[in-house]
Design a binder for this molecule. Structure first.
Ligand SMILES: Nc1ncnc2c1ncn2[C@@H]1O[C@H](COP(=O)(O)OP(=O)(O)OP(=O)(O)O)[C@@H](O)[C@H]1O
Ligand SMILES: CC(=O)N[C@H]1[C@@H]2OC[C@@H](O2)[C@@H](O)[C@@H]1O[C@H](C)C(=O)O
Length: 367
C-alpha cells in the first residue's frame, strides 16, 4: 500500500480466507526518497492532463513499483512463504463523479520481480458500477472487530481521512471525512522543508484562525451524506487560505480543519467509541484536538490489539484474497455501489504460480 500521504510503501502479512483473519504478521515501511516523493507529488498535480505515454509518468510508476518490490522482498525474508500480493498502487487521481479513479503501479513488473501472483486495480469496478471507489478498508475493519456491543468508529487519518462506522446491530457505513495529513504535510514542507509537522510541534504552539476555518468548513462536501470520497487535492485551496499565517498558526488551523471535518461528518449512528489508525495518530496535536472535540472516547487502534501503521497494507492482502474468491469488495452502504460487487484484477507475469487453494478455494468457514 502506498497511500495519499506519498510517504512511502507499507507492506504487511495477513493470513486469511477473505472472510476470517487467521493471523496478522509483521509489517515494514519503505520511505520514498524525498526526490521520488516530489516527482510523484508533481505528477499528482497534473494527473488530469497526463498522457499514458508521458515519460515521467512511466519512470515514476516504475520507481514506485520497484519500492514495492523492495518492500515485498524485505518482508518475505522475515516471514518466509508468501502466496499472493495485494497491490493497491499510488492514487494519482480520484474523480468518481467522472467515472475515474487512477492508481499507478506496474503489477506485471511486481509479479515478474517477485515471482508471485498480484491482485491490483481494486477500485475501478466499483467506480464503473457508479460507486465512489473508496473507502474499501471497512470490510477489513469489520472482519477484525471483535466487540460488537458498541457503535464503533474506526478513523483512518492518512493523507485523506476516512471513517468506518460499525453499529451494534452489525450495520456498516463509511466515507472519507475530509483532509487528513496531506494539507498539513504540504504546509509543513513549504514552510520548514520537513515532510510533516513532526509530533504536531508547529500546531501545538499555533492559534486556530476561525475566520479562515469556517469558510473552509462551509464547503458543500461536509453537508453531503455518505457515501462520499475525496481526491488528495480536493481541499488544496486551503493552502491559499492559510498562506498569510505564520507556520505555527497555519499548522494549527489545518489541524483544526481535519478535526472539525471529522466532527461534522454526518453519521447515521452516534459512535460510542472512536479508534484511530493511520499516521495521524502519531501527531499529538491532532489526537489531543480529536479528544477535546469528539463526544466519545478516542483511542489509537493499538488498544484493540491492531497495528495502526500496518492496517491498510494488511487490508489489501485481505481484499486480494476476496477478489480471487469473487467476494464483494464494496457495498451500497460503503461506496454507494448499486449492489455488492467484487473487483480487482489478477496478474501473473511469467511463471508466477497461483497456489491451488487460491485457484480452487474451498468455501470459507465462519460468518
Ligand atoms: N510523528 C509524527 N508526527 C506528525 N505526523 C506524523 C508522524 N508520523 C506520521 N505522521 C503523519 O502520517 C502521515 C502518513 O500516514 P499514513 O501512512 O497513514 O498515510 P497514507 O497511508 O499515505 O494515507 P491514506 O490513508 O490517505 O492512503 C505522514 O505523512 C504524516 O503526516
Ligand atoms: C482513492 C483513494 O486512494 N482513496 C484512499 C485515500 O486514503 C484514505 C482515503 O482516501 C480512502 O478513501 C482511500 O484509502 C483507503 C485505504 C480505503 O480505501 O479504505
Amino acid at each position: 500500500m502506498s497511500g495519499t500521504s506519498l510517504d512511502g510503501v507499507d507492506a504487511a502479512m495477513v493470513r486469511t480466507d477473505g472472510k476470517n483473519i487467521a493471523e496478522r504478521g509483521p509489517g515494514i515501511s519503505i520511505a520514498y526518497s524525498p526526490e521520488l516523493r516530489a516527482r510523484a507529488r508533481n505528477l499528482l498535480s497534473r494527473a488530469s492532463r497526463l498522457q499514458p505515454n508521458d515519460p515521467e509518468l512511466i519512470a515514476v510508476e516504475r520507481d514506485i513499483t520497484l519500492c514495492h518490490v523492495e518492500a515485498v522482498e524485505a518482508l518475505r525474508s522475515s516471514i518466509g512463504k508468501v502466496d499472493l500480493i495485494g497491490f493497491h498502487g499510488q492514487t494519482l487521481l480520484h474523480a468518481p463523479e467522472e467515472g475515474r479513479t487512477w492508481q499507478v503501479g506496474d503489477a506485471a513488473l511486481l509479479s515478474e520481480k517477485t515471482g508471485l501472483a498480484v491482485v491490483h486495480d481494486f477500485r475501478s469496478a466499483d467506480v464503473a458500477a457508479g460507486g465512489e471507489g473508496a473507502p474499501l478498508a471497512p470490510w477489513y475493519h469489520q472482519a477484525l472487530l471483535r466487540d460488537r456491543s458498541k457503535t464503533t468508529a474506526i478513523l483512518n487519518i492518512g493523507g485523506v481521512a476516512n471513517i468506518t462506522l460499525i453499529g451494534a446491530d452489525g450495520s456498516i457505513y463509511a466515507c472519507d471525512t475530509g483532509p487528513g495529513n496531506a494539507l498539513l504535510d504540504d504546509w509543513a514542507f513549504s514552510k520548514t522543508g520537513v515532510a510533516c509537522d513532526v509530533d504536531g510541534a508547529l500546531a501545538q504552539v499555533g492559534t486556530v484562525h476561525r475566520d479562515i476555518l469556517e469558510p473552509l468548513l462551509a464547503d458543500p462536501y461536509f453537508s453531503r451524506p455518505a457515501p462520499k470520497s475525496l481526491d488528495r487535492l480536493t481541499f488544496h485551496r486551503a493552502m491559499g487560505a492559510v498562506q498569510r499565517l505564520s507556520p505555527e498558526d497555519g499548522a494549527a488551523t489545518l489541524t483544526a480543519f481535519t478535526v472539525e471535518a471529522i466532527y461534522r461528518t454526518l453519521l447515521p449512528l452516534t459512535p460510542d467509541i472512536w479508534y484511530v489508525c493511520g499516521g495521524g495518530r502519531h501527531n499529538p496535536a491532532l489526537m489531543d484536538a480529536l479528544k477535546r472535540t469528539l463526544d466519545a472516547p478516542v483511542w489509537p487502534v493499538e488498544t484493540l490489539g491492531w497495528n495502526g501503521d500496518n492496517l491498510e497494507a494488511e487490508c489489501f492482502g485481505f481484499l486480494a484474497v476476496r477478489s480471487l474468491r469473487g467476494l464483494p469488495l464494496s457495498a451500497p452502504g460503503i461506496t454507494g455501489a448499486p449492489a455488492f460487487i467484487s473487483g480487482g484484477r489478477l496478474t501473473c507475469a511469467g511463471l508466477a504460480p497461483i497456489p491451488d487453494w487460491l485457484a480452487n478455494p474451498e468455501p470459507a468457514s465462519g460468518p
